[in-house]
Design a protein around this ligand. Sequence first.
Ligand code: CAA
Length: 411
Amino acid sequence: MDFNLSDEHRQVRDMVYNFAQKEIVPVAQQNDAEGKFDWNILRQMASLGILGICVPEQYGGSGLDYISMGIACEEIERAETAFRVILSVHLGLNSMTLVQWGSEEQKQKYLTPQARGEKLGAFGLTEPSVGSDAAHMKSTARKDGNDYILNGSKVWISAANIADHFLVFANLDPGSGAKGVTAFIVERGMDGLSTGSFHGKLGVHAGDTGEVVMHDLRVPAANRVGEEGEGFKIAMSALDWGRYTVGTGAVGLAQASLDASVKYAREREAFGNPIGKYELVQQMIAKMVLGTEAARLLCYRVGWMKNYGMRTTRETSLAKWYACDVAVHNADDAIEVHGAYGYSNEYPVERYLRNARGAVLYEGTREIHTIVQGEYALGYREDKPLRCPPPPAQGYERREVPSGFPAMGRY
Ligand code: CAA
């Protein structure tokens, strides 16, 4: 076991940290207050190769490993959640799913421009009446010659109004649950596809959220991802990538709350001393350190396993669940450390709390992860081999998880 980051990982951290602190942090509060999605920052992320950081070079990506992917999410969200959300939907849920399940033609046509940052990808699973119970989606697909006709609507879709490509899920056999779910790539501009904005979110005001409506949307068979009826597995495997980006991002947000609290506690004086000298403030800061470091270790283990092409459904769920809870607790305590100033947007910590809260809900609620972990521990749930297993990172050989290998404790 080696807990050291490689030189390459350190370079990625320095590069993304310097970019995010220099370009994102100075405008983050303003963009949040104005509800502005900052295209200038997205373009810079594209030119630095961050939007395709772990996509193989042959498909236009930077070809770095999955720890680098996690570090990038961490450092981006340490500055502002809205741009980590883009990494989650564009890179994690969409591009990595095409790397894992896409045909060669789909990789050339859709993945490559996404990895280069020329096109933006998004992901549509959640529906107005179906969130956690994703298998019972209402969206339908009907075969029509060589095409499929899609109907239905997807809500809470990050980047709905700015993405070019969408990976969506619809059921070929309504009422059959997971068995009929099939995955499709649809494009903005196709007849029958429309998007709309959602307003009134608690947080991530600088990010776009909306709905994707499919009305008699004709999709060529070449845009079906995987086989008919394989869509639920594809959606769940997509979440193994997306949840990793959410978890690593939450580590960055937890770190941001810690950074802000340490700085403020050293500067602010009360009763004749910097407040950092008082044990109750130290206790809050110490708990932030504990949560952040533990969450980071859970997340890095996932990145390490992903590098070797191991399936990480269980480990990703645990890391995402814990890291998102830590991000909320840290932000809440950061407000406490800042006192009344923490309650105003003069300091960033109120934004951190609003931004942290959503991630506890999306990509698997706290309750879903709790149930999943309970089922694994009790032996009611186990991961089966996949037809398209997760790809090892470029330069890594696949490693199977040997029987009894304690990737996580077996009970
Ligand atoms: N990878 C591949 N296959 C998987 C898988 C994975 N990670 N997880 C499950 N599967 C397979 C199973 O092996 C099983 O296959 P078989 O039929 O061959 O046995 C099949 O999929 C069904 O799996 P389960 O029995 O585990 O299904 P379940 O009904 O028990 O799952 C659940 C329940 C865990 C709650 C799941 O529905 C779930 O995770 N729900 C949460 C959905 C979610 O996170 N939604 C948020 C999406 S975010 C979004 O859309 C908005 C945005 O912009 C970010």
